[in-house]
Design a protein around this ligand. Structure first.
Ligand code: C2E
Ligand code: MG
Ligand code: MG
Ligand code: MG
Length: 277
């Protein structure tokens, strides 16, 4: 795996290197060429109003069409992209692509909704993380309110003062900001209050057991009321069953996302299913 490979990814193949290492070196080389070979695609997953089931927004989820391996999950290449710094150009591509997609949908007369884009630690930590956002918005000409960023607690907690400043600038531009995978990190309530954010996305690991596990139920119920009392939009991730949805509705969770409503799918299929009546 990329993590075990560490920084020594540039050395030539030596007999000591095992097949495993060789494989991830090959993967890195493929990843380096993936952008120019146009092997990336953004899938879109619906986020719906938990009470009414109506579409409220979408999340852009990156996919890599590898010529031999087929569709590669971001869980399998985002860590490598971060480690190699390739996430910079890949992340910029995602931002541009999502903004252009919104532009095309608007030009086609479709009723668009805001789209969330995942931002990695390296992207948020760059010298000027706002510049690629401004560029993507300027190139497409879309309303900044149509773009929302998803950042994990870990990313925000790396340098809290810097995070507050950067989030402030992003919010001033008019973008939404969601804390992704909430509950898996270690952010304190005090910081949550200081971060100028708009939404909390409750991690799917807690949502999984809400219908049968009292502890998961208690955690989700607490996060929903916490988010509500901070004036944030609360999103439940990974909703797969009617039982989970019923619990979330009871707790007053605003928004739900998961296979129960729709899988991530290519732009055209998403538009046909969700943006056309
Ligand atoms: P995430 O941002 O938390 O995205 C939600 C993940 O949960 C997605 O996995 C989605 O397909 C999956 N999911 C949605 N509904 C359900 C459900 O009901 N059940 C289950 N079991 N899973 C569900 P995906 O697409 O494989 O992405 C994994 C992670 O990769 C994302 O987690 C995000 O952290 C990262 N990622 C995806 N696209 C990008 C990107 O463009 N840039 C960066 N930096 N990271 C990305
Ligand atoms: Mg996300
Ligand atoms: Mg998430
Ligand atoms: Mg996740």
């Amino acid at each position: 795996r990329a993590k075990e490979l560490g920084r020594n990814t540039y050395q030539l193949y030596t007999p000591e290197m095992n097949a495993h290492t060789f494989q991830s070196l090959t993967l890195e080389n493929h990843l380096r060429r993936a952008l120019e070979r146009e092997q990336f695609e953004c899938y879109y997953q619906p986020l719906v109003d938990a009470a009414s089931g109506e579409l409220v927004s979408a999340e852009a989820l990156l996919r890599w069409h590898h010529p031999d391996m087929g569709l590669v999950s971001p869980a399998d290449f985002i860590p490598l992209a971060e480690e190699t710094g390739l996430i910079g150009p890949i992340g910029d591509w995602v931002l541009h692509h999502v903004c252009q997609q919104l532009r095309w949908w608007q030009e086609a007369g479709l009723p668009v909704v805001p789209v969330g884009v995942n931002i990695s630690a390296l992207q948020f930590g760059r010298d000027n993380p706002v510049e690629p956002l401004e560029a993507a918005l300027a190139d497409s000409g879309i309303d900044p309110g149509l773009l929302a960023l998803e950042l994990t607690e870990g990313v925000l907690m790396q340098d809290t003062q810097r995070s507050v400043e950067r989030l402030r600038r992003i919010r001033d531009m008019g973008l939404g900001v969601a804390v992704d995978d909430f509950g898996t990190g270690y952010s304190s309530l005090a910081y949550l209050r200081r971060f100028p954010i708009t939404a909390l996305k409750v991690d799917q690991s807690f949502v999984k057991g809400i219908a049968e596990d009292p502890e998961d139920a208690a955690i989700v119920s607490t996060v929903v009321s916490l988010g509500r009392s901070l004036g944030l939009k609360v999103v439940a991730e990974g909703v797969e069953t009617p039982g989970q949805l019923a619990f979330l509705q009871e707790e007053g969770c605003h928004v739900a996302q998961g296979f129960h409503f729709g899988y991530p799918q290519p732009a055209e299929a998403f538009a046909a299913d969700w943006l056309v009546d």
